[in-house]
Design a protein around this ligand. Structure first.
Ligand SMILES: NC(=O)C1=CN([C@@H]2O[C@H](COP(=O)(O)OP(=O)(O)OC[C@H]3O[C@@H](n4cnc5c(N)ncnc54)[C@H](O)[C@@H]3O)[C@@H](O)[C@H]2O)C=CC1
Ligand SMILES: O=C([O-])CC(=O)C(=O)O
Length: 412
């Protein structure tokens, strides 16, 4: 079949290290081609993956899904054509490591990353049960090679030459627990793993998923500082799930097309420190005071909603894997030279008086290029109050992490 002329559509979310950017760029994270023999180039948003042709009946998306996708992307065609397009480098070949790969998040995350056309090697590390996960995953006919690493003796090898390290290792919550209740176990796990990252791939992007993110990211920063390799532009707390949830809940409430909605979520990743900036929703939507209150509280409590529904069997894993895969994909696109990559993430920041703060950032080859300051300008009274209210809790969590790491310095 001859290739038909391709329309290129983009979907996703938008958005200042070093310079703060006060203008809010329009989102353009994902590019998907239809009506072409070209494969889909990304899987985020409603992203599929490598070697998936939207015209093909053998696409794992299925024909109906493809039609639905085409429909949902169609409205973006015009807007997208006005933007510079990122084209996947056919030579793109990045190595990603997942530490905690046999867990509830690790397994589906590994599957999603296995589908990325940007990845040539996927290193799966865990303290147990990772051999079977890797054997299983390696049968998928996507290009990346899957390697397994079990236990402390193989940790260093799992990190050699890696571009992005994702850390979902650690225990999840049970009903009645706060994320901070995980501190005593997960702080040590994150400390040990980040020490190994510092020794073996200090230039990698580091994505911390393990809770409490508000403390584990500062712990990671201290460990990297003690090792002499801290680069604040490459250390990220993964708060993407808050954005994914905000987008979903807002789209449902306002009857909007899911794919169009983009809500920045700032602050931290626990309870009231999660602050969705509904007034900055794209496309522009108006909310009643009641809607703002209801949506904000639902987004802040969404993790607990899942913990309670799972009734002791853990916390969010599938939606978290989806969100983490989206952040890996955006990081790889940034590494690959796309200069229009924006995500919300919990990073070292000077946007407020707090040393770490989640906001939109512009990502580039060297990590955070800019923090987007405009999101914090012109807040509603509700958002401004909520921002001031979250600061003491977030400050305490950050200080707890720093104090922990400083009390037990790493070996040089
Ligand atoms: N940032 C976010 O938005 C979210 C964070 N989380 C957090 O992610 C973490 C993981 O959650 P799940 O995957 O559901 O837990 P899980 O218990 O299913 O999996 C955790 C995995 O980590 C492994 N592990 C434990 N210690 C390790 C070590 N020292 N080195 C390597 N691997 C180790 C375990 O063997 C297990 O396979 C939890 O702390 C949870 O709170 C969960 C959802 C969202
Ligand atoms: O709620 C939890 O414990 C897991 C988490 O961080 C989330 O789902 O946002």
């Amino acid at each position: 079949m001859a290739a038909t002329s391709a329309a290129t559509f983009s979907v996703g979310s938008a958005i200042s290290f070093g310079p703060k950017v006060s203008q809010l760029p329009q989102s353009k994270p994902f590019v998907v081609r239809f009506n072409s023999l070209n494969p889909l180039t990304n899987f985020c948003g409603l992203k599929a993956s490598t070697l998936v042709n939207c015209e093909s009946e053998s696409s794992f998306l299925g024909k109906e899904s493809v039609m639905a996708l085409q429909g949902s992307f169609a409205s973006k065609a015009h807007r997208s054509s006005q933007r510079p397009q990122y084209h996947l480098n056919p030579q793109a070949s990045y190595k990603v490591a997942i530490l905690g790969a046999a867990g509830g998040i690790g397994q589906p995350l590994a599957l999603l990353i296995k589908m990325s056309p940007l990845v040539s090697a996927l290193h799966l590390y865990d303290i147990a049960n990772v051999k079977g996960v890797a054997a299983d995953l390696s049968h998928c006919n996507t290009p990346s090679q899957v390697l397994d690493f079990t236990g402390a003796s193989e940790l260093a090898d799992s990190l050699k030459g890696v571009n992005v390290v994702v850390i979902p290792a650690g225990v999840p919550r049970k009903p009645g627990m706060t994320r901070d209740d995980l501190f005593n176990i997960n702080a040590n796990i994150v400390k040990t793993l980040v020490e190994a990252v510092a020794d073996n791939c200090p230039d990698a992007f580091i994505h911390i998923i393990s809770n409490p993110v508000n403390s584990t990211v500062p712990i990671a920063a201290e460990v990297l500082k003690q090792k002499g390799v801290y680069n604040p532009k490459k250390l990220f707390g993964v708060s993407t799930l808050d954005v994914v949830r905000a987008n979903t809940f807002v789209a449902q409430k306002k009857n909007l097309k899911l794919i169009d909605v983009d809500v920045p979520v700032v602050g931290g990743h626990a309870g009231i420190t999660i602050l969705p900036l509904l007034s900055k929703t794209k496309p522009s939507v108006s909310f009643s005071d009641e809607e703002v209150q209801e949506l904000t509280v639902r987004i802040q409590n969404a993790g607990t909603e899942v913990v309670e529904a799972k009734a002791g069997a853990g916390s969010a894993t599938l939606s978290m894997a989806y969100a983490a895969a989206r952040f890996v994909e955006t990081s790889l696109r940034a590494l690959d030279g796309d200069d229009d990559v924006y995500e919300c993430t919990f990073v070292q920041s000077d946007l407020t008086e707090l040393p770490f703060f989640a906001s939109r950032v512009k990502l580039g080859r060297n990590g955070v290029e800019a923090l987007i300051s405009s999101d914090l300008q012109g807040l509603t009274e509700y958002e401004q109050k909520a921002l001031e209210a979250l600061k003491p809790e977030l400050k305490a969590s950050i200080e707890k992490g720093i104090a922990f790491a400083q009390k037990q310095p790493v070996a040089a």
